[in-house]
Design a protein around this ligand. Sequence first.
Ligand code: HEM
Length: 334
Amino acid sequence: MVLKPPIIERIHKLEEKYGVIGQDMNSYLDGLLYSNVTNYWDYINVDTLLSLQHPKTDYPDELIFIMYHQVTELYFRLALHEMEQIANNGRDVVMETGEDKGWKKKLDADYFATRVNRINNYFEVLTKSFDIMGSGMEKEQFLRFRMALLPASGFQSAQYRMIEICATDFIRLVDKDERNIFEEKNSSIEKMFEQIYWKKGATELTSGQKTLTLKHFEKKYSEKLIALADDYKSKNLWAKYKSLTETEQKNQDLINALKQLDINVNVNWPLVHYRSAAKYLEKGKNEDIAATGGTNWQKYLPPRFQKRMFYPELWSEEEKNNWGKAWVESIVKK
Ligand code: HEM
C-alpha cells in the first residue's frame, strides 16, 4: 500500500513531536492502534452528570431547583475559566502541534475584550433563563421542600464570590459604609475580608448575630477566598485593565465589555434573582417569609441598596447615583 502525502506529512510531524520530548513515536502509534474510539457518553461523563441529583424530599419540583443551581454553577465555572485566562494573559498553545508553552507574557486588549464578552454571554444566559426558577416551580411545593434544605442557601455559592474577587480590586467588595476606613491605607486582604459586604447581609433578623449559613460558609471557604484574593491583587480584571497602556485602555470594545460585565453581575442577575426570591417569599403587603439563609433579604438583595460596582471609574456620576434604580423601581411596582 502506498501512503498518501498527507499521511506521510503527519508521520513526520509526529516523529518530530515525540523526538523533541525524547519519546519513541512507534510506541505511541501502538497506543493509537489498541485504544478504543471515544464515545459521547464517556467524554461528556453523562452518567456521572446525571447521578448528581439527590432531592431531599419527594416533591417533584425539587429536582428543578437542584438542577438549575447545578447549571448555574457550571456557567460560573466557565466564567472563572475565562477570568483565569485573562489574569494570566492567555495560554500560549502552538496551534500546529497543540504544544502548551505556558502563559503568555503580555495581555492583548482585543483578547481581553473577547474573553470578557464570553463571560457576559454566560451571565446573559443565566439572567434570561432565571424564569426556570421564577415561574418554573409550584410555590406550594417550593415552600415545603425548602424547609428540608435549612440552613443551606445560594448565598453559600463559593464560585459566585470567586467571580467577584477575580473581577475587581478587593476594596470594591468591602461594605460601602466601611470602605473609607480602608481606602487610604494599604490594608491587608484579611482586614478587608472582615468587612466584606455579604457578612453584613447575613445577620440574623432577631439577634443581630452571624447566621448559621454564614458561619458554615466561613468555616469552609474563608481561607480559600482570602488566598484567592491575595493571588488576584495584581491580576483581577480591573488590575489587568490598569496594567494596559494608555492607548489600550481607550479600547472601546474593552470598556463596553467591562461595563456590561458590571451590569450583568451587579444588576441584571441580582435583579432577576431578587424577583424570584420575592415571588416565593413575599406573603403579603408587610409580611415576608424568612429566607433559608436567614438574611433580611428584602433589604439585602436589591442591587440598588447594595450598590455593588466593579468599575466605578468607567461610569459617570449620574450612572453611579442611579445604579440599579430603574430596575428596582420596576420590580417594586409589580
Ligand atoms: C426560587 C429560587 C431562589 C430563591 C427563593 C432564592 C432566595 C435567596 C435568598 C432569600 C437569598 C439571601 C440569602 C438568604 O438569606 O438565604 C439568596 C442569596 C443568594 N442566592 Fe438565591 N434564591 C433562589 C435561587 C438561586 C439560584 C438558582 C442561585 C444560583 C446559584 C442562587 C444564588 C444565590 C446567591 C449567589 C446568593 C447571594 C447573593 C448576595 O450575596 O448578594 N439563588 N437567595
